[in-house]
Structure formats: C-alpha cells, structure tokens
Design a protein around this ligand. Structure first.
Ligand code: ADP
Ligand code: TPW
Length: 579
C-alpha cells in the first residue's frame, strides 16, 4: 500500500492533454481561428472542441466547398486556410481544393483524419482505408503525417511554414484517428507546441537584378506592366500603385488583380488589351505567370507570326519563385523576391527621376480605349427582351460601383468573361474567381469565406451551370446568416440552353431543365429568393439584398441563345471535324 499511494497522488496531480486539444492549441497559438470542414469519424470531436474553444468552425455540405473556402481565405488573409475532413471519401472530396490551392499559389492546409496505419499499410481492409499521404503528395506543396501527440506542434508548424513561405501553396496534414485520443502530460504537451516566427520571411531582391530590370524598362518605347494575383496576394497595394503612377506605364490587371488600382484608372490598358499585348516592347510581370491565361507569352496574341512564335517582347518577371522565369519564353530580367520588397526596391531606385513613356504609345492606347469603351457603353445601354448578359451586367456594374467594399465572386464561362470585362472593381482583393484552372465550383465556398474573413457583403455572379457545382451550400450561407447575394445568370444550360440531342431521345449534354427556379433553393432554407426577368428587377433585388444583408438568390433569367461555347476560350475547345 505504502508504495502505491505516492503514484496515485502523482497521477491525480498530473494534468493530461490529448491529441484533439494539442491540434487546437497549436492552431490557436499561430493565430488560426477558423476551420472550414465537415465532421465525421475521426474528427467530429475536433470540430466540437475547436468551437468550444472559441474557434470559428464552419461546417459545409460537401468538403470540396469547404476546401475552396479555405483556399480563398488563405489568399485573402495570407494565413493558411484550414480545411478539415474525415478519412478516404472526405479526404478525396477535399483533394480538389488542395490541388487548386497549390495551382493558384494560395496558402491552405488540408487536415484529414485517417485510418489505422498498421491496418492501412497491410491493406487489411480498415474503415475508410486509404494511403492518403501518398495520394496527396503530388498535389500539394508539402505533405506530412503526425503519429505521436508530442509531434503535433512540429507538424502544424511545418505545415504553416510550407503553406505561406516562398510561393504559397496547399499543404496536406494527415492525422490518424489514434493520434487524437493519445494522452500526454499537459505541461509536456504545451512545451511541444511551436509559435512559428516569421512564417513568410521577406525575400529581398538582389540589387543587380533590380538595376537590370529598371535599365530594361527605362529603355522601352512601349512599356507595359501586368499585375497578377500574386501582386494582389502580396498586400503591397500602395507601393504597387505608386510604381505604376510614378513610372506612368500603362498596366493590365489579370482577373484577380482587378481593383489593385481602380479599373477606371487612366493608366489601365484593359480596354485596349488586344492592342497592347502585341505592341508592347518591354513587359514587366508582377506576380503573374506566362501561362495559358497570357497565351504563354507568345503566338498571335503577342504579335508572333505563328501560333508558337515569339512576338519580340522583352520580359521582366517579378516573382518569389526563382524557377518561374523562362517557363515559356525568355525572361531577360528576372527579379526574385517577395513583391512588397521588390516593388519598394524599384521605388527607391526611381526616386531619382523617371521619364514617362513616349506620348505616341500612351496616345495610341488611349485612342483604342476610348473607342472600345464607347462601343461597350452603347451595347450596355440597350435593353433587349429577354435580358442578355450585357443588360444584366450593366445593372451589376452600377451596383458594384455603388458598393465598392463588397466582395465579388464570379464563375461560369460567358458569365465569367462578360462580367470580368464589364464590371469594374475599385479596391484590391475584392474580385475572386475561377483562377488558374478556370474551375467551376468555387462559388458558394468562396462566398462563405469572403463573408467570414472580410465581414463585408458578398455579391456572386454565377452561370447557372457553375452555380450547380456548389449550390447546396446556400443552406450553409443561410445557416450562418451570411450577407451573400447570389445572382444566377440563367440561360438554361452550360454556355447556353439551346442544344438538342440529334436522335431526339434525351436532353442535349449541355442543357438543363427549362425555366429552373433556382431562387426557391434559397427560400427552402429561409433566405430570400427573387425571380428577375429585367435589369430593373435585378437591380432592385440586388439593392435590397445589400441593404437587408439577408442571404439572397436572384434567378436572373436571360436569353437562352445568349452565350458562346466555352466563352472567350473557344479556341482551346477541340471540335470534331464536320463532315
Ligand atoms: P495570374 O493568374 O493572376 O496571372 P498567377 O497565379 O499566374 O497570376 O501568378 C501568381 C504568381 O505570383 C506566382 O508565380 C507566384 O509565385 C507569385 N507570387 C505569389 N505571392 C507572391 C509574393 N508574395 N511575392 C512574389 N511573388 C508572389
Ligand atoms: C470542375 C467545364 C467550363 S465553363 C462551364 C463548364 C461546365 C459552365 C458554363 O456554363 P454556365 O455559364 O456556368 O452556365 P454560361 O454563362 O457560359 O452559361 N468542370 C469543372 N470545371 C470546368 N471548367 C468545367 C467542368 C466548364
């Protein structure tokens, strides 16, 4: 008896902690306060306890949407967005968003529960058996697994660093079921946690790289700056604007860089895009890759003779990834560093003076711009019946102008392309869309994350097909009572609604139920549904949604013949040779 007593006393005094608690503590210690996920074995208690500990836990109807939410939360906040899923099927549902985050350079951590390692590795048929770590690895910037509670701190620290340092990306963190229930001494557990110091260290560009770039830019007769979503991510808004304005160089914003400077800025060359790309002689890319969205920096878009020919431009590329330069065409002046540091280095150098680009170049651009803007204004002023993309978007454009703080989500094909060119953005990081892959399905997940992270109202302009990929999350939007106004531009199908099955048996693959009442989906969960057939009705409903802040879905019925196949990327769509 005498020998046992002290042991009992010491057990009673020892405070224990467990895997669940350590995961929560490690996230909170690093300022992560929100989880986007979907509960089930083995993470249900993690969601409950995280909520009890004051974290925001947003529970979705499908992991893909939770994952997209986490990815865009990462883009908006520069902190990794957390997506939490169950094992195999939940993990696989979340995987799309992990790949999306990596592709788009958004910091995100997909945390999935997994089954028992010993059984999985011997393939003995465990509940939801799957080697998740191996499957996630090629789609993630980094992938880790934690087996012991005392390693949770290190696991989360490594995941955070991998997600946000250098070029941001998606990270996978595998947490087997057994880990959560492991108990360890609370003091030992506390000591094992790591508060990550300087998770995204500045990367200062080399002075000679800065000089090389500015020398090239100075010598240009027709310079152009292209701002990409990396520039938006960097949150160096004032310096980027100063660089553009001090140099007087015309600029083009990529889709998610719209609003970095207001789209109405006199130096924006967006309305003369097809003129400036082939004409420019020196192009400075800031946080934009020369991928398909920029026609790989060559070919006819850039004034090249043939499909793959270089147009003769010299490129300066400002990017945090040293491997990005020369990916498609020669980059004469790579500047490797974080955009904040690079742009501030440029500003330091040009303080001594900078002559504006030649007037012929600026005048030629302005001439095209004025013509194209006038032509667009004429189209937008029309009021056809039925309503089409242009007349609907003219209303949306006014509403966004009156509400520049609102977040703006956009997906679809025509619904994306027309919106991008018609609706001006006025502030940085307001427009979030289909990104590098042109992915459908980001819509409602982005709406949730945008509302939660920015506390601003959200407007989503959705193709009817695009909306369908995440439509069930209107319940999530209603459940959390988020100020989201979804506009479905409804033309009865993918691209448009007029295709027919030549055999007469089935609906064509691109068409949907005619006159579908999407607004009733929102009503089903207590939100506001509006059926709108004119721009006036659409405008009124949007104004009311922004005023009331109630979850609203406006079914904006547009001409089903409106829209072209694949929108503006028809050229990428292989079509069978017609007989
Ligand atoms: P877009 O689609 O708008 O053209 P991309 O996604 O192609 O933009 O390019 C974004 C680029 O920005 C990537 O090459 C990425 O490495 C880079 N990037 C992201 N964040 C930063 C940063 N903080 N500093 C420098 N470059 C960055
Ligand atoms: C995950 C292919 C590109 S655009 C689109 C699809 C299915 C829908 C277009 O119709 P919508 O818009 O939204 O009604 P509109 O205005 O043209 O009528 N699956 C995924 N991503 C993509 N990009 C596709 C399919 C696609």
């Amino acid at each position: 008896m005498g020998t046992v007593e002290p042991q009992v006393a010491s057990d009673a005094q020892t405070q224990l902690t467990d895997g669940f608690q350590l995961v929560i503590d490690a996230l909170k210690l690093n300022g992560i306060d929100t989880i986007y996920g979907l509960p089930g074995i083995p993470i249900t208690d993690l969601t409950r306890r995280a909520q009890a500990e004051g974290m925001r836990v947003l529970s979705f109807r499908h992991e893909q949407n939770a994952g997209y939410a986490a990815s865009i939360a990462g883009f908006l906040t520069q902190k990794p967005g957390i997506c939490l899923t169950v094992s195999a099927p939940g993990f696989l549902n979340g995987l799309n968003s992990l790949a999306h985050a990596t592709t788009n350079c958004f910091p995100m951590i997909l945390i999935s529960g997994s089954s028992e390692r010993e059984i999985v590795d011997l393939q003995q048929g465990d509940y939801e058996e799957m080697d998740q770590l191996a499957i996630a690895r090629p789609l993630a910037k980094a992938a880790y697994r934690v087996l012991h509670a005392e390693d949770i701190g290190v696991g989360i620290a490594r995941a955070i660093r991998a997600a946000v340092s250098g070029r941001p990306g998606g990270v996978y963190l595998d947490l087997p079921a057994k880990l959560f229930a492991q108990s360890i001494d609370a003091a030992v557990g506390k000591k094992s946690l790591i508060k990550v110091v300087d998770p995204a260290p500045k990367q200062i560009p080399a002075p000679d790289a800065v000089k090389r770039a500015l020398d090239l830019l100075r010598g240009a007769k027709k310079p152009l700056i292209i701002l990409g979503k990396g520039a938006a991510y960097a949150q160096a808004d004032a310096d980027i604007r100063a660089l553009v304005e001090k140099t007087g160089i015309p600029y083009l914003p990529m889709s998610m860089a719209k609003g970095l400077l207001p789209d109405t800025h006199e130096q924006s060359a967006a309305a003369a895009r097809s003129y400036v790309l082939p004409e420019a002689d020196v192009v400075m890319l800031i946080g934009a890759r020369l991928n398909w969205l920029l026609s790989h920096g060559k070919g006819k878009t850039w004034g090249g003779k043939g499909h793959k020919d270089w147009g003769g431009q010299k490129f300066i590329q400002v990017d945090i990834s040293p491997q990005e330069a020369d990916s498609n065409v020669r980059v004469d002046a790579p500047v490797v560093g974080d955009i904040g540091s690079c742009v501030s280095a440029f500003l330091n150098e040009i303080r001594s003076g900078w002559s504006k680009p030649p007037a012929e170049w600026l005048n030629a651009i302005n001439e095209r711009k004025t013509k194209n803007i006038a032509k667009m204004a004429e189209t937008l002023a029309k009021n056809p019946s039925p309503m089409n993309f242009h007349s609907a978007l003219a209303a949306v454009r006014d509403i966004v102008k009156a509400n520049p703080d609102a977040m703006f989500v956009n997906e679809g094909a025509n619904a994306l392309d027309f919106t991008r060119s018609i609706v001006d953005m006025y502030q940085p990081r307001k427009r979030i869309d289909v990104g590098t892959w042109g992915i459908m399905g980001i819509g409602m997940g982005y709406c949730v994350a945008a509302a939660v992270t920015t506390k601003q109202p959200v407007i989503a302009i959705e193709g009817d097909s695009a909306f369908g990929f995440s439509g069930m999350e209107v319940e999530t939007i209603c459940r959390y009572n988020l100020p989201v106004c979804v506009v479905v531009l409804n033309n009865n199908g993918v691209y448009k609604g007029t295709d027919v099955d030549p055999t007469g048996r089935d609906p064509a693959p691109t068409v949907f139920v005619k006159n579908a009442r999407y607004e009733k989906l929102m009503e089903a969960f207590g939100g506001v549904g509006v059926y709108a057939t004119t721009p006036a009705e659409l405008r009124k409903a949007m104004e009311e949604a922004l005023r009331s802040k109630k979850p609203t879905l406006i079914n904006a019925v547009i001409d089903e013949t409106a829209g072209t196949e694949s929108g503006r990327i028809t050229s990428l769509n292989p079509t069978a040779k017609k007989k």
